[in-house]
Design a protein around this ligand. Structure first.
Ligand code: HEC
Length: 114
């Protein structure tokens, strides 16, 4: 019994000590809903079609998974114009830190898997 407790305690220590860099999908989802879903749609499929800037389907098969994290981070950080896309895609670098950009990317990548 005591042994088990020690193992559980060790597990907790390991979890607590996990690098802050581990992606936080929960947080990524929340930030996405708050900042991105208005244009990209809650499921990443492009939102209301009545909405003016036409956005690509972020979840399209054979598409998003081919885009490197660095590219996605650049679009999110610096906006659409930075990669030759629509400047309706705002730059989020002033709002979101690098960690949160990673969290959101992880969330976007998960959308396509559903
Ligand atoms: C005001 C509307 C708007 C908001 C808000 C918005 N986007 Fe965009 N986003 C766009 C538009 C428009 C494009 C360009 C689509 C195109 O040119 O194909 C784009 C492009 C992108 C792309 C590149 C897709 C590609 O095909 O290369 C990514 C990734 C992206 N947005 C992620 C996000 C994330 C993450 C957020 C939230 C932090 C966000 N966007 C918020 C409008 C928006």
């Amino acid at each position: 019994m005591r042994g088990r407790g020690a193992v559980a305690a060790l597990g907790l220590v390991l979890l607590a000590g996990a690098p802050a860099r581990a992606v936080d999908l929960e947080r990524g989802a929340r930030l996405y809903a708050r900042y991105c879903a208005g244009c990209h749609g809650p499921d990443g499929r492009g939102g209301a079609h009545t909405f003016m800037p036409h956005v690509e389907n972020l979840t399209r098969k054979g598409y998003i998974e081919l885009l490197p994290d660095e590219y996605l981070a650049t679009v999110i950080r610096e906006g659409g114009a930075a990669v030759g896309k629509s400047s309706y895609m705002p730059a989020w670098g002033g709002t979101l830190g690098e960690e949160d950009i990673k969290n959101i990317i992880a969330h976007i990548r998960r959308l396509g898997v559903r």
